[in-house]
Design a protein around this ligand. Structure first.
Ligand code: 13P
Length: 262
């Protein structure tokens, strides 16, 4: 049984006051006991992680994540933040390989392998993102594009994988991100099954069955239930809709409804 998970990726949005207000609103409105049924993660800008964590205004059990993490523990890397620093300010998760990092910062497999490895070594749970572009999908090359991005996981040492809850995979088709055109439930399920087969080939069936695979790309309260109903979709990685606390609460409630049987 895989516990549903909803992850807010705020990207480069919100002022510090807005981030703190959101955390306070979530604390006031999140139904008691929800975190026993759904894992909830908030990924603010780096700069806002520490104040949100240290002010302790998030509801108990709601965790913080970073939107990226470096491949080294420390060193001469101007402008970067290491997994150890993130851990130090009570970050629990790190998004690695988001398509915006791949596209705007040229991140590719060798670098992402380093980021995954160092994050896990530092005790962060990676949320590793893969997703095909529109051209790949239109050319019938969706699986080919995903296979190339996934291959790095075959190299990840098994020493880190003793607990399946310590790794999350996110399927985010690039054409669905921020466009309002989410993948259909059928498209998401087809890809998630394929990704789980790849995980099985890398890590074995037990690990693959226990690893949560979340969908991301234009998730909204009116489309999430059908996606969550898919047998191999274990949660959502949410951009735009996660900026609004009311919408985010609705998504959490939908994920909670999908907790059975996975
Ligand atoms: P949107 O939900 O805004 O499409 O963003 C998805 C995403 O990139 C989350 O990481």
């Amino acid at each position: 049984m895989r516990k549903p998970i909803v992850i807010a990726n705020w990207k480069m949005n919100k002022s510090l006051d807005e981030a703190l207000d959101f955390a306070g609103e979530l604390k006031a409105k999140l139904p008691h006991g929800t975190v026993a049924h759904v894992d909830i993660i908030i990924c603010p800008a780096f700069l806002h992680i520490a104040p949100v964590a240290l002010n302790k205004i998030l509801p108990s059990g709601v965790a913080l994540g970073a939107q990226d993490a470096h491949w080294e523990e420390k060193g001469a890397f101007t402008g970067c933040v290491s997994p150890v620093m993130l851990k130090d300010v009570r970050t629990r998760y790190a998004i690695i390989g988001h398509s915006e990092r791949r596209r705007y910062f040229g991140e590719a497999s060798p670098m992402l392998k380093g980021k995954l490895t160092m994050s896990m070594r530092a005790g962060l749970v990676p949320v590793f993102c893969v997703g095909e572009g529109l051209g790949d999908r239109q050319a019938g090359k969706t699986f080919q594009a995903l296979d190339e991005q996934m291959a790095v996981l075959g190299d990840i040492s098994r020493e880190f994988l003793s607990d399946p809850s310590e790794f999350i995979l996110a399927y985010e088709p690039v054409w669905a991100i921020g466009t309002g055109h989410n993948a259909t439930a059928e498209q998401a399920q087809e890809v998630h099954v394929h990704l789980r087969e790849l995980l099985t080939s890398y890590w074995g069936s037990d690990q693959a069955q226990a690893t949560r695979i979340v969908y991301g790309g234009s998730i909204a309260p009116d489309n999430f239930a059908s996606i969550m109903a898919c047998g191999d979709v274990d949660g959502g990685l949410v951009g735009g809709a996660s900026l609004d606390c009311e919408k985010f609460l609705k998504l959490i409630e939908i994920a909670r409804g999908g907790e059975n049987g996975k």
